[in-house]
Design a protein around this ligand. Structure first.
Ligand SMILES: Nc1ncnc2c1ncn2[C@@H]1O[C@H](COP(=O)(O)OP(=O)(O)OP(=O)(O)O)[C@@H](O)[C@H]1O
Ligand SMILES: Nc1ncnc2c1ncn2[C@@H]1O[C@H](COP(=O)(O)OP(=O)(O)OP(=O)(O)O)[C@@H](O)[C@H]1O
Ligand SMILES: [Mg+2]
Ligand SMILES: [Mg+2]
Lengths: 221, 221
């Protein structure tokens, strides 16, 4: 499903160059359950954005479902993201003026669902992450872990075949983390491909394979 | 140092009332090293904001260093916060248009330090959290864990006697978390009072006492 070859990502800051990724070559098959781990600043979020077709590489190639991402138009990429990929951002990227369920239903509305059906599915997704009583709260009226779970609900509401979760339990207590990972296990058993960036050993243990990143490179498998 | 009695915090949302804190009575002595733990949504951040004089109670009393906080003017509260309290926010509250060292030096400039001395101390604080090479990056040019460490550097740069850290390692790998907690241990040995909200058992083990919160109340101390 995911085939990257020698991906680099360089940020230019005036005279300085920050090499966030220094040649990443990985393959991830359909239906795999993968953890990506590594120190703070090692390039995990950068890699996730490239995999999720949200950012371009500086060099190297990336094929998603057999198509070379570099050659797709922005419209095709947006459609593919909306239909195929659910992304849980490290800092959620929720819209502050929308209530929780309105944030969650957004990808459904973009994909053409009718308003009442989108709302119903958004409320169901919130219930699955334990937030039934918080559907009408805006992000500023939610705790950190509640915001995180709204972001998770939004990522899965469209039934995506690929779920990219960047530190989905960073703000959750042990019990709630376990509930979320059990939920991800279920999504995986349904046939989805799941990639989780995590700093937690307990979370990584739910996955089948661990890709370790350090200083922008993959280390020992 | 910190003496709270029957603190409640109620949020009104139209007809609904959310009882975030339902009567918190705790005492924390000068120089103590405390963890506050509890499920997502249980009221930890709300309590930390009240302790840090950033928010008011709905009812109940709070004395800080013997003074009833309710009776202090906004100016006196702001001065006390600037001189005495360092706050690491759960989502950092960094200013996006300022570079990392500019964010860190802000409390020093507010407190009246000269610009070059403030910059020197800001750079030293960044070095202590392992971010020497990132002083000129803005928050959007930093990883999640790097932003978290800038927030920590800013909280300690004024040498505060009370440090309030709301989930300071939520976005850090195990190694970097250990480095940060060792740093907090050192700050504690220097005589500071440290309160850490955390979901991590490893972090809680660095502290001397654990206050457990559930549904807005303290449970089995
Ligand atoms: N826009 C940018 N400009 C310059 N440098 C950047 C930019 N974005 C990220 N970086 C740098 O690239 C490196 C990798 O960042 P990335 O966010 O991928 O790390 P990460 O592995 O997700 O870290 P964390 O675990 O802390 O979230 C970091 O050292 C960061 O400072
Ligand atoms: N402005 C607000 N209006 C309404 N409800 C609010 C508001 N702010 C917080 N809440 C609610 O108060 C409760 C406590 O929030 P708080 O942020 O203190 O939790 P927390 O213990 O820090 O959780 P987490 O571990 O997820 O960060 C939550 O259930 C939240 O939904
Ligand atoms: Mg990251
Ligand atoms: Mg919180």
């Amino acid at each position: 499903l995911i085939d990257t070859k020698d991906i680099t990502k360089v940020y230019k800051m005036g005279e300085i160059e920050v090499q966030a990724l220094r040649g990443i070559t990985i393959q991830i098959g359909k239906g795999e359950y993968i953890a990506i781990t590594g120190p703070s600043g090692s390039g995990k979020s950068t890699l996730m954005h490239i995999i999720g077709c949200l950012d371009t590489t500086t060099s190297g190639t990336y094929s998603f479902a057999g198509k070379s991402v570099h050659e797709l138009s922005e419209d095709m990429l947006a459609e593919m993201r909306n239909k195929e990929i659910g992304f849980v951002f490290q800092f959620f990227n929720l819209l502050p003026r929308l209530k929780a369920y309105e944030n969650v239903e957004l990808p459904l509305l973009y994909g053409g669902k009718r308003a009442n059906e989108a709302k119903t599915q958004a409320l169901m997704a919130l219930e699955r992450v334990g937030l039934k009583g918080r559907a009408n709260h805006r992000p500023t009226e939610l705790s950190g872990g509640e915001c995180q779970r709204v972001a998770i609900a939004r990522a899965i509401v469209t039934n995506p075949s690929l779920i990219l979760a960047d530190e989905p339990t960073g703000n959750l207590d042990t019990q709630t983390s376990e509930e979320i990972m059990t939920f991800f296990d279920t999504l995986h058993k349904e046939g989805r491909t799941i990639i989780v960036v995590t700093h937690s050993q307990e979370v990584a243990e739910h996955t089948e394979r661990n890709i370790k990143i350090r200083d922008g490179m993959v280390v020992d498998s």
